[in-house]
Design a protein around this ligand. Structure first.
Ligand SMILES: [Zn+2]
Length: 285
């Protein structure tokens, strides 16, 4: 009975429920478990609630942790959005917890499939202009294979707890390149002169690949390749700035990153990035 709380599950799928709600439900579940009634005092609880919420095979009672279960349930929306892009609500901001987005980003690998997605990846990695090292970096970043704290930790290597660019969130590559406040300011500064502010990633963006594909779909055909080069260039600059902050212990500075972007942009255009030149010259309406 305590394990299968049906009413909150519906809510957890549909809403980002506040912590007080989870606490209130847990209070009732705890009381019911120990005394079979609605209220109970702390002395009646013989085992810590955290332990009770562990799985049966690890000595818990398999009672769901509602907060974690809510994050897992909400992944369903991200999955539907990814696999059924024709849904009416596709393209709108989905109200899911940032942990849900992060979990989804590391759990899902996008393979080249059919139709538009194939077109996107082939245009992006084979037809759009970028130096080979940047394409390799992007390919790794999309697959979460860059050396950020989450991967270093898994391998038992030394790592820093927080993103060095904002010092607020965990250091994960999808965060660094898209949802970090530093990255969002960077993309805003890069996209605003092109009248593309609507494409700036938000705090709830799921991953670099997801944001990129959605933005790419909204662009007119003639600017798609240029936009791909721009994303690869921008992500590359943010990553290099991140590395300078980690390894050379520099403080993050948006103006420094933007200047590096402008310098590199000139080099890419001079080296043959026609799409980037077109994007810059025409300034999309
Ligand atoms: Zn950050």
């Amino acid at each position: 009975m305590v394990r299968f709380v049906l009413v909150p599950i519906y809510l957890l799928v549909a809403l980002k429920v506040p912590k007080w709600f989870i606490k209130a439900i847990d209070k009732i579940r705890r009381s019911f478990l120990w005394k079979g009634r609605k209220e109970v005092n702390g002395g009646c609880c013989l085992v810590a609630w955290e332990k009770i919420m562990g799985p049966l095979e690890l000595g818990g009672l398999g009672i769901h942790n509602l907060e974690v279960m809510g994050w897992a349930q909400q992944m369903r929306w991200l999955w539907i959005e990814k696999t059924k892009p024709d849904r009416q609500w596709a393209g709108l901001e989905i109200p899911v917890h940032s942990n849900t987005s992060a979990m989804f980003a590391i759990s899902v690998v996008t393979n080249v499939g059919n139709g538009e997605n194939t077109l996107f990846w082939s245009e992006c990695l084979s037809k759009s202009w970028a130096p080979g090292k940047c394409k390799t970096f992007i390919w790794l970043a999309i697959r979460n294979r860059c050396w950020t704290a989450d991967r270093l930790q898994k391998r038992g290597l030394p790592y820093s707890d927080h993103c060095p660019l904002c010092d607020q969130e965990e250091e994960m590559v999808q965060h660094i390149l898209t949802t970090c406040v530093f990255a969002r300011q960077f993309w805003f500064a890069v996209l605003q002169p092109l009248n593309l502010v609507a494409l700036v990633p938000s705090r709830r963006t799921v991953s670099l690949a997801n944001w990129w594909l959605r933005a790419w779909r909204k662009l007119p055909e003639q600017h798609k390749k240029g936009f791909n080069s721009l994303v690869m260039l921008g992500a590359w600059i943010i990553w290099k700035h991140h590395n300078a902050c980690v390894f050379d212990v520099l403080a993050p500075r948006l103006q420094v990153a933007l200047q590096a972007y402008k310098d590199e942009l000139q080099l890419w255009i001079a080296a043959g990035a026609k799409g980037l030149r077109a994007l810059r010259v025409r300034q999309i309406d």
